[in-house]
Design a protein around this ligand. Structure first.
Ligand SMILES: C[S@@+](CC[C@H](N)C(=O)[O-])C[C@H]1O[C@@H](n2cnc3c(N)ncnc32)[C@H](O)[C@@H]1O
Length: 344
């Protein structure tokens, strides 16, 4: 399938900036073909888009909410001579973006969620506890930052966010330490927050950095990453042609659970239950192609440690109308960003 090599050697932002994870299997599931139209919902450094453009004479719509990523992609868009359209938007809107660009249906959608190495490695973006910078973490640079959440959330909300989105056992202690510290001085830098978290998280030998889970939780919360993912799955259901393919690469269990549950629900072929046989289940809108998630081989993990936790799931769209469904059931129960900022 991959014509012209794997195409990852010289990506838009450059593979030195972000090494794509599980790119080859993800794109193999898309069944790329000449004349096809595909959405790369997470353009990043352009690794996936470049490989898609190399593999087939297709069109790609590359979406990213980060204007910096798209700016680096301009050269690739020029080289693609009209085959790559870059759009600054959230992937929750990927169906609307496709329609705005003249495509009522597409052949494939791929998302490779989370942060890019370019974002993590730029101190000013405030994603990393390893680099000191402003406590920002916004992928789009708009809306409330991590510093706003840390300054205004109640201790209870902070503890819940850190427990649920960071799976941090010491969440209550971390929330307490944050509230105590912010009473003395505002917490405005990544180094300050990392230091405060370290006072509340007991480390064992070989443990990950004590701030890892708290930073992950705040990043996911500030960018509404789980809500975006659930909405993107529903948007893909609306825009994919019958036979069109969806591939999702995720990096932790919270995300993978959402993809797994969505696809299980949309591909369920069981009849109504024994207790309510009259309640007919809607026809499946997807056929799952990955019974178990695909994970990276050891050699990919050796080249790129980020690949260690990656999981790929893929599905094929059936010839059945998309469901208008409530997505809240897919998401953990947490207050909204707006409510948290009120410091309820
Ligand atoms: C892991 S990187 C993607 C890397 C890309 N596959 C590559 O090969 O270079 C994730 C990218 O998705 C973007 N992103 C994350 N959530 C998004 C969302 N909800 N809407 C649009 N872009 C998003 C991030 O800004 C980041 O650039």
């Amino acid at each position: 399938m991959m014509a012209g090599g794997d195409g990852f050697a010289a990506v838009a932002g450059g593979s030195a900036l972000h090494i794509p994870v599980l790119g080859r299997p993800a794109l193999e599931f898309l069944n790329l073909r000449d004349g096809g139209v595909y959405i790369d919902g997470t353009f990043g450094a352009g690794g996936y888009s470049r490989a898609m453009l190399t593999a087939a004479d297709c069109k790609v719509i590359g979406i990213d909410r980060d204007a910096h990523a798209l700016a680096l992609g301009a050269e690739l868009a020029r080289a693609a001579k009209g085959r790559l359209t870059l759009v600054e938007d959230r992937f929750a809107n990927l169906d609307a973006v496709a329609r705005e660009h003249g495509f009522d249906a597409v052949d494939g959608v791929v998302v490779d969620i989370g942060v890019s190495s370019m974002q993590l490695d730029t101190a000013e973006r405030g994603f990393s506890f390893r680099l000191d910078g402003p406590l920002d973490m916004r992928m789009s640079g708009e809306g409330a930052s991590a510093a706003d959440v840390v300054a205004r959330a109640s201790e209870r909300d902070l503890a819940n966010i850190i427990f649920i989105l960071g799976e941090e056992r010491h969440s209550r202690g971390v929330a307490r330490a944050i509230v105590k510290a912010r009473a003395v001085a505002p917490i405005t830098t990544t180094a300050a927050l990392a230091g405060i978290v370290a006072t509340a998280v007991r480390m064992r030998p070989n443990d990950i950095h004590p701030a890892t889970r708290t930073f992950q939780a705040l990043r996911i919360f500030v960018n509404d990453e789980l809500g975006e993912l659930a909405a993107a799955l529903a948007a893909a259901e609306r825009i994919l042609k019958p036979g069109g393919r969806l591939a999702v690469v995720s990096f932790h269990s919270l995300e993978d659970r959402i993809v797994k549950s969505f696809l299980a629900d949309r591909s369920d072929t069981r009849a109504g239950s024994r207790h309510a046989p009259e309640r007919k289940r809607p026809e499946p809108t997807f056929r799952v192609l990955t019974k178990r998630p695909i994970i990276a081989h050891d050699d990919e993990v050796a080249r790129n440690p980020r690949a260690r936790s990656a999981k790929l799931r893929a599905a094929e769209r059936a010839d059945v109308p998309a469901r208008a469904g409530e997505l809240a059931g897919l998401l953990p129960r947490l207050p909204s960003l707006a409510d948290v900022l009120k410091g309820r």
